[in-house]
Design a protein around this ligand. Structure first.
Ligand SMILES: Cc1cc2nc3c(=O)[nH]c(=O)nc-3n(C[C@H](O)[C@H](O)[C@H](O)COP(=O)(O)O)c2cc1C
Ligand code: SF4
Length: 457
């Protein structure tokens, strides 16, 4: 039953998905059940591992990945090949780890879940290739704790792969040894930040670490560590099997970024779901694939790739959804899953909801994030009640600036600032309407709620 529900999220029938165009999903079963080892191997599975381990050097794998221009699908869009080329290796350097980031807690994001629950061997194959390229001998899948079904599927797939010789000593009969452990997190958003993830993996509190040193130099247990997103790693087998040029060509004229992307839509549309499409597909096409707006209501705004991206407007629908273009529009591609907002919804309330989430998930390490986010929430709540005060919008502008890039230890706070800043820019009058007129009289007798450190005059 669960398989059917999750399957319904991929809105492309198997007849529509082909090896030439859908490297991530062409093998997925029509009924949404897990693709077991036997079927995966029948459908060219582990062929890339066999070929690479017998014929190609780790440097060659890194070069191909670089040429394919696979940009990290975890949100930041950093070139996977570049990241792999920066991992410290050498005769006196200890062998490190390859970590798959499967923490997927970004609001509105459910793409890695599909791969984890339905095609675990594609991820295992991608991890073997990544580990080989980075001279790792051990890997971890850091899985979001709530993904119980994925944990079950992955545990079984890891066993299958070990029994068949795809993991363990002498992978596929080569002299390369590699194994993977599954580690389930405790369900905190900050564990998805790669250095907080490493701390958590080591059993430490999940605070982000200072960079430099980057994980590629000193990561888990002080060893060189590569952290990649699930979808990023799942691209590696097709890149190795068909080559960088083939992969690049998948996006054709649409984008300079190579390959396809698992795009998704949720929110006020007729049919939420996921599609594998060439990277650079437009928001309009996604919206159409989702059956358009629900109940015929008009589109008011959309988040292009999760809660930590900036709002875009209907006029932005025809731009390609790739990392650079969406960046130029003042937002971020993020995870590439759109959240659609209709004309009846209050952007102010949506932003308050997101900021409440970000405030709760702050690790508390630095002041603008730990204190600024709850303060932001308080101001937004007052505006929502129509009890805002003159100066509140300017204070929100200031708080958004203080949360921005370069002011905090990690990208959690800048991510939280994006929906706030963009909403203040595009929907300022909604916020202005929340300022009480005439201003509320300051009441000395007004009691302060318990545990409240932010007073309002
Ligand atoms: C607060 C926060 C949460 C994050 N959560 C995730 C996540 O759930 N999954 C993920 O792949 N990357 C997440 N990232 C990005 C990771 O830090 C890292 O950039 C990514 O795993 C690298 O993989 P990639 O290069 O393959 O994209 C998060 C970043 C931040 C700041
Ligand atoms: S920005 Fe927030 S989540 Fe990141 S280190 Fe600072 S307090 Fe922690």
């Amino acid at each position: 039953m669960s398989a059917r529900r999750y399957h319904s999220q991929l809105r492309q029938r198997s007849a529509e998905r082909r090896v030439e165009t859908h490297p991530l999903t062409w093998r997925l079963r029509e009924d949404g059940a897990v693709l077991g080892l036997e079927e995966y191997v029948e459908k060219d599975g582990y062929a890339a591992v066999r070929e690479v381990l017998s014929h190609r050097s780790p440097d060659d794998v890194v070069t191909t990945m670089k040429e394919a221009n696979v940009r990290g699908r975890g949100g930041a869009g950093f070139s996977a090949g570049m990241k792999w080329s920066l991992t410290m290796t050498g005769p006196n350097i200890p062998r490190g780890y390859l970590v798959c980031n499967a923490d997927e807690m970004e609001p509105g994001t459910f793409k890695d879940r599909l791969l984890l629950e339905q095609q675990p061997h594609l991820l295992i194959e991608g991890m073997i290739l990544g580990a080989y390229a980075n001279h790792s001998r051990f890997g971890y899948i850091f899985l979001r704790g709530e993904y119980v079904e994925a944990a079950r599927v992955l545990s079984r797939a890891l066993e299958e792969a070990r029994e068949a010789g795809w993991l363990g000593r002498h992978v596929a009969g080569s002299d390369f040894d590699f194994d993977i452990a599954l580690h389930t997190g405790a369900g905190r958003y900050i564990c998805g930040e790669e250095t907080a993830l490493i701390n958590s993996l080591e059993g430490l509190r999940a605070n982000p670490r200072a960079k430099p040193p980057f994980p590629g130099q000193s990561g888990a247990w002080g060893k060189p560590t590569v952290v990649n997103n699930v979808e990023t790693l799942c691209n590696a087998p097709a890149v190795m099997r068909h080559g960088a040029e083939w992969y690049q060509a998948l996006s054709g004229e649409l984008s300079d970024d190579g390959g396809t992307k698992l795009y998704g839509v949720s929110g006020k549309v007729a049919r939420a779901g996921l599609w594998e499409l060439p990277i650079g597909t437009t928001g309009r096409e996604l919206l159409e694939r989702a059956g358009g707006m629900r109940d015929g209501r008009a589109l008011k705004a959309w988040l292009p790739g999760g809660g930590s991206t900036g709002f875009l407007l209907p006029e932005h629908l025809d731009h390609p959804l790739d990392f650079d273009t969406i960046g130029e529009l003042g937002s971020r591609l993020g995870t590439g899953l759109m959240t659609v907002v209709n004309e009846d919804q209050s952007v102010l309330s949506l932003v308050r909801n997101l900021e409440q989430f970000f405030a709760r998930e702050s690790c508390g390490w630095c002041t603008p994030c730990r204190d600024g986010l709850p303060w932001t929430v308080k101001l937004l709540q007052a505006l929502e009640r129509g009890e805002g005060e003159p100066g509140d919008l300017e204070m929100l502008d200031k708080l958004a600036d203080d949360l921005g890039p370069g002011q905090t230890f990690c990208a959690h706070a800048p991510g939280a600032a994006m929906p706030l800043q963009s909403a203040l820019k595009h929907f300022r009058e909604e916020f202005e309407r929340g300022v009480a007129t005439p201003p509320r009289a300051a009441s000395a007798a007004e009691p302060m709620p318990a545990g409240d450190s932010f007073t309002r005059s």
